[in-house]
Design a protein around this ligand. Structure first.
Ligand code: FES
Length: 87
């Protein structure tokens, strides 16, 4: 599991191993639009303030991955268990 922090509200959410960030957000009544849920369409693209990301999508370019400023919340995760991604 890892955590996601919502910068706007200071809320910190747990994301379980079997759960996507989109699911964790939705469970906490924060709705991010999703469509393909496979990292293809880019609908769930969200800005990242900080945190190390394991990109599991095929939407971002290599440069965008390296910059680490955006995440596809339907499939990508924190790089490390116990990591924190601030959105
Ligand atoms: Fe399509 Fe996330 S919903 S990339």
């Amino acid at each position: 599991a890892f955590q996601v922090k919502i910068a706007g509200t200071g809320q910190v959410l747990d994301v379980a191993p079997n759960q996507s960030i989109s699911d964790a957000l939705e469970e906490n009544a924060i709705f991010v639009p999703v469509s393909c849920e496979e990292g293809v369409c880019g609908t769930c693209l969200t800005n990242v303030i900080s945190g190390e990301i394991e990109h599991r999508d095929v939407f971002l370019s290599k440069k965008e991955r390296e910059e680490g400023k955006q995440i596809l919340t339907c499939c990508s995760r924190a790089k490390n268990a116990g990591g924190l991604i601030e959105l």
